[in-house]
Design a protein around this ligand. Structure first.
Ligand code: PRP
Ligand code: MN
Ligand code: MG
Length: 179
């Protein structure tokens, strides 16, 4: 698997160090609160587990799976719930955890949904941000790293469901795409 990677963009050490930093920051922000940490399946799971280990407040974990419809070349922007939360959002301090924000549509949908469900507060933490991809008006409260306009895999991010288990974030060799 590792020999299919052209270059490592963010190393395992850099990611772990960032998780520590972000965890410390979030521990302060949520001190005395009991946030509801929501991981967006599947990509957010490695980051979620490493980040939450660094948080020193009590918290509740839940997961949501959504999918966006892709009609032809462009995503339609429509998002569908594949797996909903088990937890009630009303009155809760919601912390949405993502691996990457690209167009921003996934998060725009989730933020609207949690507002509609009367969350007390909503924060977004993402490991990666690709600002060049943005079409929805969405911004994370906490960003780990900005990534260039390249297709990245690893640490949750997949290409055809593979590479999520890489401990780093990297770029695939072009031949892997069948090029
Ligand atoms: C990817 C990624 C984010 C989303 C970002 O998930 O993990 O959740 O896309 O894209 P956006 O900002 O353009 O909405 P995907 O839908 O591929 O599901 P996955 O996490 O299961 O891979
Ligand atoms: Mn995802
Ligand atoms: Mg994906």
């Amino acid at each position: 698997m590792h020999n299919e990677i052209e270059k490592v963009l963010i190393s395992e050490e850099e990611i772990q160090e960032k998780c520590k930093e972000m965890g410390a920051e979030l521990s302060k922000e949520y001190e005395g609160h009991f946030p509801l940490a929501i991981g967006v399946l599947k990509g957010a799971t490695p980051f979620m587990t490493d980040l939450l280990k660094r948080m020193e407040t009590h918290l509740e974990m839940d997961f949501m799976d959504v999918s966006s419809y892709h009609g032809g070349m462009e995503s339609s922007g429509e998002v569908k719930i594949v797996k909903d939360l088990d937890t009630k959002v009303e009155g809760r301090d919601v912390l949405i955890i993502e691996d990457i924000i690209d167009s921003g549509r996934t998060l725009a949908y989730l933020v609207d949904l949690f507002k509609y469900r009367k969350a007390n507060s909503i924060k977004i933490v993402t490991l990666l941000d690709k600002p060049t991809g943005r079409s929805a008006d969405i911004k994370a409260d906490t960003v780990g790293f900005e990534v260039p306009d390249e297709f990245v895999v690893g640490y949750g991010l997949d290409y055809q469901e593979k590479y999520r288990n890489l401990p780093y974030v990297g770029v695939l060799k072009p031949e892997v795409y069948g090029g």
